[in-house]
Design a protein around this ligand. Sequence first.
Ligand code: PLP
Length: 465
Amino acid sequence: MSSPALSTLDALIALDRDHLIHPVAPWRKHQQRGVTVLESGRGAWLKDASGRELLDAFAGLWCVNIGYGHESVVQAAAEQMRKLPYATGYFHFGSEPAIRLAAKLVEITPASLTRVYLTLGGSEAVDAASRFIVQYYNNTGRPHKKHFIALERGYHGSSSFGAGLTALPLFHRGFDLPLPNQHHIASPYGYRSAAGADPQALIAASVAALRSKVAELGADNVAAFFCEPIQGSGGVVVPPVGWLKAMREAARELDILFVVDEVITGFGRTGPMFACEAEGVEPDMMTLAKGLTAGYAPMGATLMSEQVFAGIADGAPAGAAIGHGATYSAHPVSAAIALEVLRLYDEGGILAHGQAVAPHFAAVMDGLRDHPLVGESRHRGLLGALELVSDKATKRGFDPALGLPDRLFDAGYRRGLIFRSFGDHILGFAPALCFTEDEFVQMAQRLRGTLDDVLREPDLRAALK
Ligand code: PLP
């Protein structure tokens, strides 16, 4: 399809300005700036409504892991829509794709997880997990276990509860969060941690922080610890290998549930199918979304152990319904899409391809360490970040008045490259698993060009040590 005529595009921009509220956006600033309309995608490439080709090094919103334009996914969706576009899961009804998907997820996730609740995305998966945890402790005679611990810089979506587990100020300000039963401990952020970058020291510091927070709250009062194996929206914080395992063991000893939020890290993003797999971690619960359907339709999942499932199921009054659900829980079209996407990761070779090209991504990231703006590059699999600083020795950032994040994003866009430009001068990357070696070469060129463009601006030069 050709790009919309200019007048059509102008009309769209005006309609957007007047009516559409954008997620996590500065509302008034967005109105002034106007929307950038995306029109089509193929492989790792997007085209905007003006016809500009963009290399998407962020897979949409770290979700389009298989790349755009897979016809077999479209067919799976169309077939399911034709056959049965909707089936409720209420009243003991179900649909074949949802049942098969639940079984498939149990097969491919850690062995501790045996039961699956299918949601509409990651926020709802986290929200469901927290509600199930409350129900679990109430139903198993420990109603005082109601405090939740998560990591600073963590992101667990923006539901009323999940946004409080999230530890990014933006999601708290003006929303009366975090709640009194939500607590945060320091993130294993090697580049800026008091523990320094030493892996063992970082792991020990996190374990000690968890123990001390549980001691402060009283072990009998703590329900669960939530974490991302690699923190995404907090700036791609990559903990040392062994960190996840150590935190899992600590949670077990402390008798609190260990919930791993693999909404970003799942489905090959960090190398293996799930980040838990790399360290042989068996969590009590896991939340998934994004790569589950690779963004082709909304869907997430909350997985739980048999112990949690049985605690809820058998502790409820006999025959009483567990009051959690939504019209679109386990939607058959999303489930059919997810099944085809999972097939593509495996039989389609996309997971293996992602693993094979990860060294090229690492080379792009590390190859920019010499750039005057880059303080650190960090990555695992196809998830990475560059942290920009004005002084490499002191790791000093930039004056927010420079408006650097928007300038970086805009400079990247002009060079035909999309990445995430975080507020604290961290650039996030999550290329689709289908990226080719040549696309990584193009990414490296465009990224260096972007940083050079910004660096040529006099106020930025002046800010550098
Ligand atoms: N958890 C993590 C780790 C995420 O990164 C996200 C989204 O980025 C969410 C939960 C929320 O997922 P969603 O945006 O699908 O609601």
